[in-house]
Each structure stands twice: as C-alpha cells, then as structure tokens.
Write a protein of this length. Structure first.
Length: 422
C-alpha cells in the first residue's frame, strides 16, 4: 500500500514545574529558597530520511508526543529536559497545518530537519524569585503546557524526470535499464502500484527518475490510481512520455499520446507546461519499415521531438540518457513549493478574553492569562494579595469594571473563582 497523504497529531512536551522548597538541614534551620527550575519539554522535529519513499510508516502510527520536562526539586535541582521526538519522513514531504491548510514546511533536502513545535518552557523554582526585598519567596511557577496540533503530511516526489504513459508502455522496464531501481515488471497493466524512484548516471552526472504509474484516460477525473499520482509529476523538470509504438495492447499509439497529454493538462495547466520528450518504446517488436511508417505518421500528425528505443535490446537507450541529461542541464531546478510566512508554533501570550456566564460570573481567559497563572499559587493570603495586585497592574480589573464588574461580583480565572472586593 502506497501512502502519500496522511493526517497526524503532534505535541511537544510540557514544561516541568518549578519547585518551591526551602533548605532545611540540621545546621541551617532557616535556610533560603532552594526550589529548582522545571526542565523544558521536548521538541517535535521532522527529519528527512533518505531510506524512506512513502508515508507508509504513518498508516498505524499517527500520534507523536515529545517527552515532558521533569519538575524541579529541592537543592536547586533542575528538572530534566524532555526528549525531543524525531519524526522521519521521506524526501519531498510537504507539511500543512490541518487547521488553516497553510504550508508549514517543505522538506526536500536529505538529512534536513525542521523544528515544528518547541517544547513548553520549564517553570521557575522559588530560588529564582529570591531578591533583596523578597528573601523567602514561597511560590514557584508551573511549566508551560503545550497544545496538541494536527498536521497533514503530503509526499510530492522530488525527481528530475518523470516517466509517464499508459500502463504496460514499458516505464518500469526503462527505469530498470537506465537506473539502479529494481521495479516489478510484467506484461499486464497496473503492475506498478506506486511511484518508483531511480538514480540514473551518465558520464559521472546523475539525475533522479520517477516511474509514475496508473495513468489512464479519465485519470484527471479520478479514474484508476493516476489522479492520485499526478501530484508526483508536479515537481519534475522533464517528462519522458512513453508511448508503445508497437501497439502491443491493440490501441492506436497516436491516440495514446494524445490521451495522456489530455489527462496531464486537465489535471493542471502547469503539468502541460513541463517540457516533454516523446519516447517510443518496444521498437524491437516491429519490422523496420512498419516502424518508419509509424514514426512518419507521428511527424505528420503531431510533429513533436521523439526518440525510439527498445529497453529489451537497449537500442538507443544510451542516447536517451544523454539527451535527457542535456535537456536537464538547460532546465532550471524547480523552486520548492511556495511557503507563505507563517509561524505555526506561535504561542499565544497576548490574547485576553472576558466573557460572562449565565449567572453573571465574569470569566477571564486567553494566552495572557494562561501565561500569568503559571506563576500563581494561592497557598495563603500573601499569594492572593500578589495575585490581585498583578490583576490590577495588568489592567484586568479595570477592564472587568468597564464590563460591569461591581463590588461583590464573581470572577473566574482558570480554576480560581473569587469575589471581587474593592
Ligand atoms: N519486447 C519488448 N517488451 C518490452 C519492452 N519494454 C517493456 N516491455 C514489456 O512490456 C511489458 C510491460 O512493461 P512494464 O515496464 O511493466 O510496463 P509499465 O509501463 O511499467 O506498466 P505498468 O506498471 O503496468 O503501468 C512487460 O512484459 C515488459 O517486459 C521492450 O522494449 N521490448
Ligand atoms: Mg510499471
């Protein structure tokens, strides 16, 4: 089963909590704050693995969660950082944000890495808050809690050359003859079920060839597997359009040529703009005079550049490789897909939303509050006083009053519910 589009869930690790602790030993009855910092959560990283060429690994494994950071502890001990999770993908994987459909990354270099989600920050321990005026802070900060996200991975093969043509045209046979690939070959249509890649070498230079299977009439409207695979043609620089000139499947070779081109242009005008070289295959099956007649017919009717080969006898195969290399040298490398500037991992630390529940309770939420509340531990009157002070400083009390909060009104901020008193 070939898998080239899949939705997965990813999550970076939460930050570990900072610790609130005081040094107590036999010698120091009243030691200072010694609560250590929480560790950072692990990141989510995508990495190109050259040994992969499908997204099959994601068929059953769809959730990837990096490790949480460890909590800080006494004696200034910092929590361990959570381990990153590395997600291996094949070269040519484009990553989309499932929510907005925007492209997050296009991974087309071997071994390249992409940091998709940063781990949550660890919280500060109480030792961090010690200052000349605050000798014994009793509070610490909780770690940053990260959100789970969904992304779509889509494989768009990166090859210089795409082999297209009707099933049985001889695509896989040609690939096996000109490259290191070893695809399945058989005398029936749809032998190849997913694109194969091979590296072809000519005079010490190389190019990558993709065998794009399953193209038939109606492919652009979803017939067969072809439509599914046409996205792999999008990024090739040159199409070798294979046409069985021996007509061994009983169809007219010129109609075959026209039909496949129709499918390409129906799929997208971009595909029809990709430079093409027509390759007539299986010349060994025809008498020389019949072959010449058909070539002449093609010249008269279509008048496009072509080369006639036989993968069986290797007739013209070397020439085809050389012409392909020569053509490629004149076609610029394709830019990778266009990426809009988009910070997928942007953290919301600014939003502030005030809403009201049916019973009149004011609810304050948003990233600004989430961030602030990490440092709030309502263990006693002092910390509550701090909490109220900060609400005042942040302008939240004024905003609430503006929205109608009166003395005695109820306010809910995350898990904290309190009565407002002036
Ligand atoms: N005589 C002869 N037979 C060939 C030649 N090239 C391919 N064939 C045969 O044609 C049949 C189909 O070849 P494949 O390479 O599997 O064709 P394909 O285009 O990959 O077909 P699908 O994978 O089904 O799309 C096989 O039986 C091959 O042996 C050739 O140059 N000469
Ligand atoms: Mg094949």
């Amino acid at each position: 089963m070939f898998l080239d589009r899949v939705k997965i869930t990813i999550k970076s690790g939460n930050g570990g909590n900072g610790s609130a602790s005081f040094l107590r030993t036999a010698m120091t009855a009243k030691g200072g704050p010694d609560g250590g910092e929480g560790g950072n959560g692990g990141n989510v990283i995508f990495k190109v693995d050259k040994n992969l060429n499908t997204l099959y690994n994601f068929k059953y494994h769809k959730k990837f969660v990096a490790e949480n950071g460890g909590d800080g502890s006494k004696r200034l001990k910092t929590g361990a950082n959570g381990k990153d999770i590395i997600i291996n993908v094949p070269c040519g994987t484009v990553i989309y944000d499932s929510e907005t459909g925007k492209i997050i990354a296009d991974l087309c270099e071997i071994d390249s890495e992409f940091l998709a989600l940063r781990g949550g920050k660890g919280g500060h321990g109480n030792a961090y808050y010690k200052s000349s005026i605050k000798q014994a802070p009793h509070y610490s900060q909780t770690g940053e809690v990260t959100k789970q996200r969904e992304v779509i991975l889509e494989l768009k093969t990166i090859a210089d050359v795409g082999l297209v043509g009707f099933p049985n045209a001889g695509k896989s046979t040609l690939l096996s003859v000109i490259s290191n690939a070893n695809p399945k070959i058989a005398n029936y249509p749809f032998t190849t079920l997913y694109p194969n890649l091979g590296v072809c070498e000519v005079y010490g230079q190389t190019f990558v060839v993709a065998d794009i299977p399953g193209l038939i009439e109606g492919a652009s409207e979803g017939q067969g597997l072809g439509h599914y695979f046409l996205r792999h043609v999008e990024r090739v620089r040159l199409i070798l359009h294979l046409v069985d000139i021996s007509q061994s499947d009983g169809r007219d070779f010129i109609e075959d040529y026209i039909n496949i081109n129709n499918e390409l242009s129906k799929y997208s005008t971009d595909l029809s703009k990709i430079p093409q070289l027509v390759v007539f295959t299986k010349s060994d099956l025809l008498e020389q005079d019949v072959l010449e007649q058909r070539e002449k017919l093609f010249q008269d009717k279509i008048n496009k550049e072509y080369i006639t080969i036989s993968a069986a006898t290797h007739h013209n195969v070397e020439q085809l490789k050389q012409i392909t290399l020569e053509k490629l040298s004149k076609i610029p490398k394709k830019a990778s897909v266009e990426i809009e500037k988009f910070d997928f991992d942007q953290r919301d630390i600014d939003s502030l939303v005030i809403s009201r529940e049916d019973d009149g309770t004011f609810v304050v939420s948003g990233g600004k509050i989430d961030n602030f509340i990490r440092g709030v531990v309502l263990s006693d009157n002092r910390s509550f006083a701090y909490f109220q002070n900060r609400l005042q400083q942040m302008g939240i009390i004024d905003m609430l009053k503006h929205r109608g909060l009166k003395n005695g009104g109820t306010v809910k901020i995350k898990d904290i519910v309190f009565e407002y008193t002036e």
